[in-house]
Structures are given as C-alpha cells and as structure tokens.
Write a protein that binds this ligand. Structure first.
Ligand code: FES
Length: 111
C-alpha cells in the first residue's frame, strides 16, 4: 500500500497517510486535509493541485504528459519535481512518496 508523506511548503513534515492502490493523489491529499483546492477536479484546467514530489519512488511515476507540463507552466513556484496531483495514480509500484505543498499555498484549515 503506498504511503504518502505530506510536507508543508517550508518542508516541515505534516503527516503520513496510507493510500489505497489505484487512488488519485489529489483525492488522498484532500481527504487528509491538505490545502489543495483542485478546482477543476482533474480536467487539467487550473493547476491548483500543484505539488512537489520527491522520495525514493518518485521515479516510478509515469512522466507528465505534454498537457500536464503545459499546465504546470502556470503554477507558482514550479520546479522539475512539480506535478499535478490530479494526474497521479497511486499504484502498487509506489511504496513511499514525499509530497510537498508548493510555495504560496495557504492552509486555511490550520490557522
Ligand atoms: Fe485542476 Fe488538477 S485539479 S489541474
């Protein structure tokens, strides 16, 4: 079962969550209270699900499509490790992923 380790924008560890194989990273993040809006619900029209992914199994993820790369061009603070969480399916190939919120994300639930 994939374990997702969420980190805030400053890199501080927030929580570790076990994700059901086949689940979508955006859904796991939102269900865990992470501050990802995901306003287009996966239609790749908003980039409000932008995250920075690292960790041992980051390289096991399929590379972003050209469409995802184009949308990441609009994301604030995008880097080479940027992905759209709505496009990440968590398969059994993934053991652990580190997922950091991008700079500028304001977590309204943790005030
Ligand atoms: Fe809009 Fe991912 S939810 S691009």
């Amino acid at each position: 079962m994939p374990t997702i380790r969420f980190h805030s924008a400053d890199g501080a560890f927030q929580q570790a969550v076990d994700a059901a194989p086949g689940s979508r990273l955006l859904d796991v993040a939102q269900a865990s209270g992470q501050p990802l809006e995901g306003s287009c619900e996966g239609a790749m029209a908003c980039s409000t699900c932008h995250v920075l992914i690292s960790g041992a199994d980051a390289g096991r993820l399929p590379p972003p499509t050209e469409e995802e790369e184009d949308m990441l061009d609009f994301a604030v603070g995008a880097t080479r490790s940027s992905r759209l969480a709505c496009q990440i399916q968590l398969t059994t190939d993934i053991d652990t992923l580190d997922v950091r919120m991008p700079p500028g994300v304001i977590d309204m639930s943790r005030k």
